[in-house]
Design a binder for this molecule. Sequence first.
Ligand code: TYC
Length: 102
Amino acid sequence: DGDEDGDTGVALKTRPKTARPPMYKVLMLNDDYTPMEFVTYVLERIFGLSGAQAVEIMLTVHKKGLAVVGVFSHEVAETKVAQVMDLARRNQHPLQCTMEKE
Ligand code: TYC
């Protein structure tokens, strides 16, 4: 009586696992030739950063060699990397931008 299923009576609420799509870090890489002003402009233009945020990340890349600019879905990350690479190429700067699964 009362426990015909033989369980211990402790109800644990579980949520069904929902598959979340993987997210991607977009990384900016340092080089010796791209002007700081250009990198700052790209970070503002492509990633919507404020001037202060853009300078901060640009300087981190300059000092450490690379920095994560943001984390995005695969499609958005791919688009931003392509936009950065296109801007760099059109302005003949060797600036490199890549993405990496989080
Ligand atoms: N190191 C470059 C310079 O001294 C500046 C720079 C910063 C280049 C960030 C690329 O992603 C970069 N002009």
